[in-house]
Design a binder for this molecule. Sequence first.
Ligand code: F6P
Length: 360
Amino acid sequence: MKRIAVLTGGGDAPGLNAVIRAVTKTAINIYGWDVLGVRDGYDGFISPDGVMPLDLGSVRGILPRGGTILGTANRGNPFARKVIRGGKEVVVDVSDKITAAIKKLKLDALIVIGGDGTLRIAMELGAKGVPVVGVPKTIDNDIGGTEVTFGFDTALMIATEALDRLHTTAEAHHRAMVLELMGREAGFIALHSGVSGGADVILIPEIPFRFESVIKKVRERADGGAHFSLLAISEGARPQGGQLVYRRTGDEVYVPRLGGIGQEVGQYIEAQGFETRVTVLGHVQRGGSPTAFDRWLATRYGAAAVRAAASGCLGHMVALRNAQIITTPLNEALAVPKRVDVTGDGVLTARGLGISFGDE
Ligand code: F6P
């Protein structure tokens, strides 16, 4: 009998529980394996009670639930753990400790559900002999090697609904409405929701913008009788020749947090004489129940990860290509992060509809 473990790492994304459920059910129903769940990412291996058995009862009822029953962490790189010691930030490598704890469990496979960072760690643990299989997750949809990650569709639906709601109030008050969206340095959420929600301006990291070009669009609309505008802005958007905008909360020891570009653009529009309001959608995009598409994709990913483990396809991640679930080597998938193709169909479609990317 084989024994596998599953963990969730990085920021949560709707659909994590659907993967855990599919992994557990497939491993037990089809193969009769032992399944372990690891709490709070890789740290679970070295925490008291950090590893727990998963059976069919443990995953009952979790399919529509957001979050992850295992917990997650996006501050837990075992190879470069930043800790504060004596008031100072120091980086320590705890990967040997984690690898030893994993080896002690005598796993036949460790299924790692994560984004770019978590999967990269999986790859490095793989090099130390840990038998890993990856499952790509992130609302940002920025992982190479796969057409789509689960979580993205749900975030997109929430962002589109937010735009729909902002649309009516923008029109009623004759205002410009700015919606700042997540995505890190990939503009997929803003592009797809902006098109789906009828935005007039979409600003994404892949197309640096000019403030003058943004206001030109708002003014053109007002001159044409449309006294309101809707702007979908990626948190990673930046002006031509400018820098990414980060939140300066002072509490970010580990990962700098993007945020604030929406406010900057909003202030600029207001200064040009157009009443403006700014909404930052934030973690609402990651919470709640996954869409049917994300449940379907997450479930297929989970089942395929178990099949990959069964066939000894380690060091790979499952992926979606041409509507089929495939496996692809982790090092190839992670070699280049996925970004919006600025000459691709999505951007061309938006331009054809008269949407401004702030670059003309
Ligand atoms: O990668 C997912 C994501 O939600 C990004 O879109 C966002 O920039 C980041 O995580 C936020 O991270 P945190 O949960 O640490 O605030």
